[in-house]
Design a protein around this ligand. Structure first.
Ligand code: SF4
Length: 227
């Protein structure tokens, strides 16, 4: 499979935020989100076998540690990434899969936690989520909405209600988008949607979601990759 990078950092965007995690970042994406901070994954990378990726994860990870499969869009390489995830689960790792949900998720191993980033209007990739994937979600999975304004918030709020997400998944995450050219300051002034404004909307509407901040952007310079 084509791999952009494998590295250890702090998980930043889910209910696992704050935990040490080994990230396996696959090359390539079929979407072009306006605020994407991973454009460097669209090309390049290096070919690695499932076993080579596993060996690198084992080298970096604590036994039974957290491993996140991300990209790009990892499910574009389903034929190899599904066996990789199963291998890591068999090794005893806790495996997270970050995906847009545009590709079918039926073959994702049952023990993998799916973190599905449903795209909102301001992403420029609206309506790309494959609705059939709702049937694959379990009580260990998480749905994330990255929000850049009021239209995104209203979309996420209605999608949450319409599809009864609170009854399907472990967590619903509403997360302000970061400016893709953010650099220097590690604070919420770099967000496209003010977290305080988002909090007020969520409280006013009693949305059954948790407000998420991209923790790694507050720890390291937002421009730094591989963290
Ligand atoms: S799906 Fe992810 S990697 Fe692909 S363009 Fe959107 S934010 Fe970037």
């Amino acid at each position: 499979m084509q791999i952009t990078e494998i590295y250890k950092s702090i998980q930043g965007e889910s209910t696992y935020a704050g935990l040490p995690c080994v990230f396996v970042r696959l090359t390539g994406c079929n979407l072009r989100c306006t605020w994407c901070d991973s454009e460097y994954t669209f090309q390049g990378g290096r070919k690695m076998t499932v076993e080579e990726v596993r060996e690198e994860v084992v080298r970096l990870s604590a036994p039974g540690g957290l491993v996140e499969i991300t990209g790009g869009e990892p499910m574009l390489q389903e034929k190899e990434v599904v066996p990789l995830m199963q291998r890591l689960v068999d090794d005893g790792s806790k495996v997270l899969l970050e995906t847009s949900g545009e590709r079918p998720l039926e073959r994702v191993p049952a023990d993998v936690v799916k973190i599905v980033d449903v795209k909102c209007p301001n992403s420029g990739a609206a309506n790309t989520f494959r609705l059939e994937n709702l049937a694959t979600l379990t009580s260990r999975d998480e749905i994330k909405f990255v929000l850049a304004g009021r239209a995104d918030y209203e979309f996420a709020r209605e999608f949450t209600r319409q599809h009864n997400l609170a009854g399907r998944v472990n967590a619903i995450l509403f997360s302000p988008a970061f400016r893709k050219d953010a650099t220097g300051a590690r604070d919420s002034s770099q967000c496209l949607l003010d977290p305080q404004q988002l909090a007020e909307w969520m409280l006013a509407d009693n949305v059954p979601a948790r407000l998420g901040l991209q923790l790694h952007k507050f720890i390291w310079d937002p421009a730094v990759k591989g963290v």
